[in-house]
Design a protein around this ligand. Structure first.
Ligand code: TRP
Ligand code: SF4
Length: 332
């Protein structure tokens, strides 16, 4: 009895923070029990925006892999690999590019959005336009049944289904349509109250040790109405409370909310309780990570081994694709 297969990917942006963890990674770890999982560090996708200076990508790949393994991605059960070590993704991307109408890509919401938001880079490239085609290749080269992603990625998976339908229409039923496995989005603010992000300098990282986590929480932005200990506050407008929602049990959330509204507790009390629950949740990661970080060679071997496994699966699909597209040259 084979389990349904999922694939997901992350760009190698470097050390992962709690936003990445609660938004994706933690969910992937849980999915390993029910699915056959392929998890890819998509370095080519990083090149679509960082082509002018790719110097950080290699280091970031290892950093991400360390965080994945520390978080509980289990290479004995899941295939953990680097996209560029499986060149079949590129071949399939090229073949798909022949059948994908350019307007489909121009309509993808992230395309215009990113072009407008990221003004310091020239994103008018062919490769950036093709980002979702490469993502489609990532998914369907494993004939994945489903893709766990956040809301922002849903249009990309929808496009992948459209591309699959077009492919199957032209060349016969080769690919299943991948389903979207929506990851429920929790709001994970950074220490300044904005969305947690590496580029804002407001992030708590999986690699931060417990003392660093506490130090970062202590000055975190709270409800500005609580200037003094005696001023009541409103947890609904406090980013610390968003973190309680993500990390603390019901009883603590109630304690914090009512203590806040009545000025029965101070913000430092509130934060130190949060720190306790957060650190409980991260205890496994804190226990596993130092050893992995000290052995990058072992982590590298895991990626090489996973990539080899991925290649075998991807190559079997490509054989079928070449056959279906009449572009296979077996010796007569
Ligand atoms: N585009 C995804 C992101 O930015 C990363 C990604 C690349 C991906 N290929 C994928 C996610 C395949 C899911 C499946 O988050
Ligand atoms: Fe925020 Fe807690 Fe302070 Fe209320 S008591 S403002 S929820 S940190």
């Amino acid at each position: 009895m084979s389990r349904p297969r999922i694939l997901s990917g992350m760009r190698p942006t470097g050390a992962l923070h709690l936003g990445n963890y609660m938004g994706a990674l933690d969910n992937w770890v849980a999915l390993q029990d029910r699915y056959e999982c392929f998890f890819s560090i998509v370095d080519w996708h990083s090149l679509t925006t960082d082509y002018a200076d790719p110097s950080a990508i290699r280091e970031n790949v290892i950093e991400v892999a360390i965080d994945w393994l520390a978080a509980g991605i289990d290479p004995a059960r899941s295939t953990v690999f680097v996209q560029s070590l499986v060149p079949q993704h590129a071949e399939l991307h090229l073949l798909l590019s022949m059948i994908v109408p350019v307007p489909w890509l121009e309509r993808v919401p992230t395309y215009k959005e990113q072009q407008q938001n990221i003004t310091e880079k020239d994103l008018s490239t062919y490769g950036f336009l093709g980002y979702p085609v490469l993502q489609t290749a990532d998914i369907i080269v494993y004939k994945a049944d489903a893709v766990p992603v956040g809301e922002d990625q849903a249009p990309h998976i929808e496009l992948a289904r459209e591309i699959v339908r077009r492919f199957n229409h032209f060349y016969g039923e080769v690919f299943p349509e991948p389903q979207t496995l929506l990851t429920e989005a929790k709001r994970i603010p950074g220490t300044d109250g904005r969305k947690m992000s590496k580029s804002y300098g407001n992030a708590i990282y999986l690699k931060d040790d417990p003392e660093t986590v506490k130090q970062k929480l202590r000055p975190m932005l709270t409800d500005p109405a609580r200037k003094r200990r005696t001023d009541p506050g409103d947890p609904e407008v406090c980013p610390v409370f968003d973190l309680h929602r993500a990390f603390s049990p019901e009883a603590t959330r109630e304690w914090a909310a009512s203590g806040c509204r009545t000025a029965g507790i101070g913000c430092l009390d509130c934060k130190s309780r949060l720190a306790e629950h957060m650190l409980e949740r991260l205890a496994g990661i804190h226990a596993r990570r130092p050893e992995l970080a000290a052995r990058p060679d072992t982590v590298f071997d895991i990626l090489l081994e996973g990539s080899k496994r991925a290649r075998a699966v991807a190559e079997a699909t490509l054989e079928e694709v070449r056959q279906a597209m009449k572009i296979r040259y077996d010796r007569p």
